[in-house]
Design a protein around this ligand. Structure first.
Ligand SMILES: Cc1ncc(COP(=O)(O)O)c(C=O)c1O
Length: 414
């Protein structure tokens, strides 16, 4: 059993041990992963790291002690609100990640409906492409989840969602875009439906929040999904995804700052006096806020546009290359840098293709429905897009030729 060593090791030995430990990890710096990371260049990395270190040990729970952290957090929220359609009444909360932002939104919707409508058995109606973190939140919050199949266009089927609503529906959800397909749900229609029933409407822009506005500026067709859409109550937008900040940075934005009160904890039921928080966390890393602020100010609109351009160029190279390989197709539509490709030739086993790609060092994300391969691109993929297509071509040849006979037909590589 591992236990804390009786005597500590010197700093250099500890740091060398960590470097050694990483040797077998996947090579994200060379675009071998299309999941888990977001990376532009070494300059941004340096800014992130130095900013984090500047607030290395400060606790963002203690804004009385560290007013500078409050000013950084307020500016991050204000910058995001100006990007994402926040009006004069809008507000926001800095959280640890998309899951926490979504948890707080569901909690707020539940609490508001309980107080204002007397709902005691609340349900959430959402397209079945919405992230599973909604189910996790619902489980913890005592809410029922009603997943509604998406249409053939891979977008939320709004009439089908309406059919699943009842007097206990407290929140409707739409993604901008969803993770399985990278498609935008019709936010305007879902929000109008929510408004009609007095329900909370949450837009999950964890992926799209800091990318979609810039992809739109490049001339791509991106539907309205912002806080300014009538009927939208809240939005999750992750700075640690396409906001290009290090992990531990997301926002829950609300069209009306008063709605933040529904996810506030406030009590003095102990000896120590009052304690209150808008997040599920108590102690919060000051470094995460400082690094998010630094990334946003270092990149600016210009930097985010560059990221958007690189991602969309990588996607164009990959989708054209894959579509040109006989027996494969790319699922359509897909709106940003997430897409799925699969085998259309029944004789081609996508499991074998995935395994051959894995053997070339690419970490393969398997899509369950339809059986295929999922990619979520970030700027670094622009440099490796052509190489990826060549690998796919080789992997297909290997799968057809049975050159990977050691790989079972049903093997999954996640
Ligand atoms: C659309 C969407 N929503 C929510 C989440 C959850 O975010 P996090 O992993 O930061 O908790 C993700 C993560 O990939 C996502 O893609």
């Amino acid at each position: 059993m591992t236990s804390i060593p009786a005597t500590g090791a010197p700093a250099d030995a500890i740091l060398a041990a960590l470097r050694d430990r990483k040797q077998g990890d996947r090579d994200w710096r060379h675009g071998r992963l299309a999941v888990y990371f977001y990376w532009l260049d070494e300059e941004l990395e340096r800014v992130q790291q130095q900013a984090y270190l500047t607030y290395w040990t400060e606790n963002n729970l203690g804004q009385r002690a560290f007013p500078s952290l409050k000013s950084l957090e307020d500016e991050v929220i204000a910058m995001a609100l100006s990007l994402l359609g926040g009006g004069a009444r809008a507000g926001g909360t800095f959280t640890s990640g998309g899951s926490e932002s979504i948890f707080l939104a569901m909690m707020a919707a539940r609490n508001r409906a309980r107080a204002q409508r007397g709902v005691t058995r609340p349900n959430i109606v959402l397209p079945n492409s919405a992230h599973l973190t909604f189910d996790r939140a619902a489980e913890a919050l005592g809410m029922e989840i009603r997943r509604v199949p998406v249409g053939t266009d891979l977008r939320a089927d709004v009439p089908a969602m309406a059919a699943r609503m009842d007097g206990d529906t407290v929140v409707l959800v739409g993604s901008a875009p969803n993770y399985p397909f990278g498609t935008f749900d019709p936010i305007t229609e879902i929000a109008a439906l929510a408004a009609q029933y007095g329900a909370w409407m949450h837009v999950d822009a964890c992926v799209g929040g800091f990318l979609a506005p810039y992809v739109r500026r490049l001339g791509h067709d991106i539907p309205a999904f912002e806080l300014s859409v009538p009927g939208v109550t809240s939005m999750s937008a992750d700075i640690h995804k396409h906001g290009m900040a290090p992990k531990g940075a997301s926002l829950l934005l609300v069209a009306d700052a008063a709605d933040r009160e529904w996810h506030k904890f406030d009590s003095r039921a102990w000896q120590r006096g009052p304690y209150s928080a808008y997040t599920t966390q108590g102690t919060r890393p000051g470094g995460a806020v400082a690094a998010a602020w630094a990334a946003m100010n270092h990149l600016g609109d210009e930097g985010y546009l560059r990221c958007a351009r690189l991602i969309m160029e990588a996607k164009a190279i990959m989708t054209a290359g894959i579509a040109a390989i006989p027996g494969l197709d790319v699922l359509q539509p897909s709106d940003l840098g997430i897409f799925v490709w699969r085998a259309t030739d029944p004789a081609l086993d996508i499991g074998k293709v995935a395994a051959a790609l894995d053997a070339e060092g690419w970490l393969v994300g398997r899509q369950q429905e339809p059986d295929g391969i999922h990619l979520h691109l970030n700027p670094i993929h622009r440099d490796y897009a052509a190489e990826y297509v060549e690998s796919v071509s080789r992997a297909v040849a290997a799968a057809r030729g049975g050159q990977n006979s050691r790989i079972g037909a049903n093997e999954r590589t996640y």
